[in-house]
Ligand binder design. Structure first.
Ligand code: ADP
Length: 263
């Protein structure tokens, strides 16, 4: 099925980098074995830009997302937010950094005994925000993902798409500068996946949020401004879908690029 792809009105050129990775290396040690999961990855994402990361299983996509989110530290290289290096941050500052990053995982990680609204409110409550502010932000964000009618429902009463939209609302409610998503449509049918893409595109457009999405799905990747292809922990190709090319639709250009080996 073909998904309608809304193009971003954001300019093609990245003006000020918001989130950068410089020559990132990540080694995992298990016993005496060292496995290099990332081998010198660099990228740059500006505000209101949408970067898709593709690549076969085991190519380092999730590792990259974890490092970008400050959930793990690189073996080498640097992650920078607004030109500030994560390695220079204290533990308290790193916690603050993680608050500026919204995470959406493939498994929705919702709290089963809390309603949609309560799940979305969670990061704000943990943050100690005032009740009135929590209520207002939760109401606005739940509406933005089209879940007003399900606000008082428990996750078990929701469809997969509604659960994923709840997870996205929870990631967006703190108004993070960057949204990181790991296979956000992995468990969804294509119509629901399309709904989800519109939510991401709206966040990009209306809130100038930078978005990094790891995906196997070319339909999702084609919604991005740029696609990065990883293999064996290294970038094997990049394509800017926002400019250049022969004027054909981004999904078509992406398919041709992937068909040619994404290099
Ligand atoms: P992808 O998301 O592209 O499937 P990953 O980032 O999950 O790839 O993994 C990249 C490589 O690093 C794989 O070889 C994987 O087995 C290895 N790896 C990932 N996480 C760990 C870990 N915690 N310990 C050891 N090896 C890991």
């Amino acid at each position: 099925m073909h998904w309608r792809i809304e193009r971003s009105s954001a300019p093609a050129a990245v003006s000020v980098p918001l989130l950068e990775a410089l020559d990132l290396v990540k080694d995992y040690r298990t016993g005496s074995e060292v496995r290099r999961a990332l081998d010198g990855v660099s990228l740059s994402v500006g505000p209101g830009r949408f970067l898709s990361v593709m690549g076969p299983s085991g190519s380092g996509k999730s590792t990259l997302l974890h490092l970008l989110g400050g959930l793990d530290r690189p073996t080498g290289g640097e992650v920078m937010l607004r030109r500030r290096a994560l390695s220079a941050l204290s533990d308290r500052e790193l916690t603050e950094y993680r608050r500026q990053v919204g995470f959406v995982f493939q498994s929705f990680n919702l709290v089963p005994v809390l309603t949609v609204a309560e799940n979305v409110a969670l990061p704000l409550v943990i943050d100690g925000r005032r009740r009135a502010e929590v209520d207002r932000r939760v109401r606005d964000t739940v509406a933005a993902v089209g879940l007003e009618e399900q606000a008082d429902a428990l996750p078990s009463r929701l469809s997969g798409g509604e659960q994923q939209r709840t997870a996205i609302a929870r990631a967006l409610v703190t108004e993070p500068a960057v949204l990181l998503a790991d296979e956000p449509t992995g468990n969804l049918d294509s119509a629901t996946g399309e709904q989800l893409l519109s939510v991401l595109k709206a966040a990009q457009r209306d809130r100038e949020q930078a978005i990094v999405v790891v995906t196997h799905d070319p339909n999702v990747a084609a919604a991005g401004d740029e696609v990065l292809h990883l293999r064996d922990g290294a970038v094997t190709g990049r394509i800017d879908l926002g400019c250049g090319g022969d004027g054909s639709p981004p999904a078509q250009r992406l398919a041709a690029w992937l068909g040619d080996g994404a290099g």
